[in-house]
Design a protein around this ligand. Structure first.
Ligand code: 13P
Length: 279
């Protein structure tokens, strides 16, 4: 049984001075292949679901698949609801069996972010579920200002007050990353990261992992990031591998060779990314 709490995984990687990778998934393949790759490297992994994905897969189905895969895995696997602003969806995820949830109050003024986060922590912790929150602006990578404007970066003083007041299990911080494909190479503010890491004990999370150069990721892991979120490039890989396969024009088109091709590409990607945590 390898279904594990995210907080346990994050404490363990923190002890080793590195991070665990967290992938936004959407179906059986994206979950099972990621866990399979993590097993090959004997590393923990966090499976995440974007609330919007419930248009394609229910919270219950996603949780059941992840738990079934985790039960047979040789490595720790946590199940996390990514970026959520809805109390009801968070409760639904907890009820479905997610053992970690994110309440994203980062667009709210500080005090309100504290208030909504505290409310979720109260419920989640009572049910032995972990909570991640976000402080600062992690915007969209198509807008340069979203990741280059330092006024949106997480303030050390606020992070300290926020974690003390909310008792969250993980804190997503803004240090120069954003979601999606970057219009310009990002440059993480590692100085701010080391200040945040020195000031607070709560594990720190880096969102917008797609497109951040490997060296910067590894530096960030060494300097206090304990969880890296990856989505866009993982989704894109499912599309591009399928397209590549179709464009090769196999003589005997079929579901199984196509599936194997995609699996090979996904494993290649996952192994390369996961190996970055060996810093
Ligand atoms: P990317 O889609 O940019 O990889 O970011 C993923 C993420 O941060 C999910 O929370």
């Amino acid at each position: 049984m390898a279904f594990e709490k995210m907080s346990t995984i994050l404490r363990e990687v923190d002890r080793k001075g590195t991070a665990a990778l967290a992938f936004d998934c959407m179906h059986y393949e994206s979950i099972a292949w990621m866990v399979g790759a993590a097993e090959q490297l004997n590393l923990p992994v966090i499976i995440m679901l974007y609330p919007a994905m419930t248009n394609f897969i229910s919270l219950e189905a996603f949780a059941a698949i992840t738990k079934a895969v985790a039960a047979k895995a040789k490595v720790p696997v946590a199940l996390h609801l990514d970026h959520c602003e809805s109390f009801d969806t968070i409760l639904g995820a907890i009820k479905a069996g997610f053992n970690s949830v994110m309440i994203d109050g980062s667009k709210l003024p500080f005090e309100q972010n504290v208030a909504v986060t505290k409310e979720i922590v109260k419920v989640a912790h009572a049910l032995d579920v972990d909570v991640e929150a976000e402080l600062g602006k992690v915007g969209r990578a198509v807008n340069k200002e979203d990741f280059q404007d330092k006024s949106g970066y997480t303030s050390v003083d606020e992070a300290l007050r926020f974690t003390e007041q909310t008792n969250v299990d993980a804190l997503a911080v803004a240090i120069g990353s954003a979601h999606g494909f970057y219009v310009e190479e990002p440059k993480l503010d590692l100085q701010r990261l080391s200040e945040l890491n020195a000031a607070i004990d709560t594990p720190l999370v880096l969102h917008g992992g797609t497109g951040i150069p490997d060296e910067q990721l590894q530096q960030a892991f060494r300097m206090g990031i304990n969880k890296l979120n990856l989505g866009t490039e993982y989704f894109a890989l499912f599309y591009s591998s399928l397209r590549e396969y179709v464009e090769r024009g196999e003589e005997r088109p079929g579901m199984f060779p196509m599936w194997n091709y995609q699996k090979e590409k996904v494993y290649e990607y996952a192994l390369r990314k996961l190996a970055l945590t060996n810093v």
